[in-house]
Ligand binder design. Sequence first.
Ligand SMILES: C[S@@+](CC[C@H](N)C(=O)[O-])C[C@H]1O[C@@H](n2cnc3c(N)ncnc32)[C@H](O)[C@@H]1O
Length: 307
Amino acid sequence: MPFREGFDCLWCGQAHRTRSGSDIEGWASLCPDCVGRAGDNGFLRFRLRQALEERGRATAHEADGGVAVAAPVGPSAPAQVTPEEIDADMKAYYAARAPEYDQVYLHRGREADGKVLDLWFDHEIDELTQWLDGLPFRGEIVEIAAGTGWWSPLLAQKGELSIYDVTPEPLEIARQRLVAHGLRAHIHVRDAWEEPDRQVDGVFCGFWLSHVSRQRLGSFLGIVARWLKPGGTFAFLDERAGTVGVDPGVDPATGTSVRRLDDGREFRITKVYYAPDELRSALLQAGFATAEIRQTERFFLMGSATR
Ligand SMILES: C[S@@+](CC[C@H](N)C(=O)[O-])C[C@H]1O[C@@H](n2cnc3c(N)ncnc32)[C@H](O)[C@@H]1O
């Protein structure tokens, strides 16, 4: 992230103004209190480490006779870790998180936001379910990055479903869920980035697009388009930007976040809150004939596109 003279702390929101261009707070966009707490908080430690590296690079550049410039912000900003490292971390994170993942949908325990928002969340999950149920899914359907299969029973009732995920742990929970519903699906470990081995009538992914970096969004949508027969349906659900549900740990410059499990382990993941217009144009650019994106009031985004 670039150096900021004055900012609202990324972690606690407190306003802070730096005294000089070398203040680490300005490089981390963290207030002094949060910098002081970095020892026992993974996200703060991650931000601080990035900030130290960025300040170090700027200082070295100045010493070389160059002009110190802030690191570029946006899709082309250099990541602190390679995409391969993040992919590996993301796989390890979801494998380890499988047993606790469904708490997200229940919005209780550590996922709770307070009574009103928890009820609102339930209401919006119903909205997503009804929306997905109303789409013209039929025939052969592929669910990419299906995880614990929260949405799989709904899709399995509409056609011949294959559910894929890169890690087996959540797929085992998905299998049990389908069995509990008396439903069937083909269940296989498969990377979302693998090229399709056939063409199908429908593709769905839930809460996966936000784990695809801006740099790779076009490539991923290209893979989805190649999965589909002409006229086939692509649908996705995800978190929306600018609401109470947004992950405070996301670094918008790198599109990454640090996630912590109940047992304290930490992982870096890709997390991008796409705007509806951004997704619409990426879908059309990837060759989809139509693309429609909607948002719920607070938490979610849903999109459908026709090949
Ligand atoms: C946020 S979860 C979404 C799970 C599920 N689709 C849902 O809507 O609840 C993201 C999923 O992506 C999976 N994943 C991570 N990297 C992947 C990859 N490269 N290919 C396929 N799945 C991947 C994780 O294992 C995890 O199950």
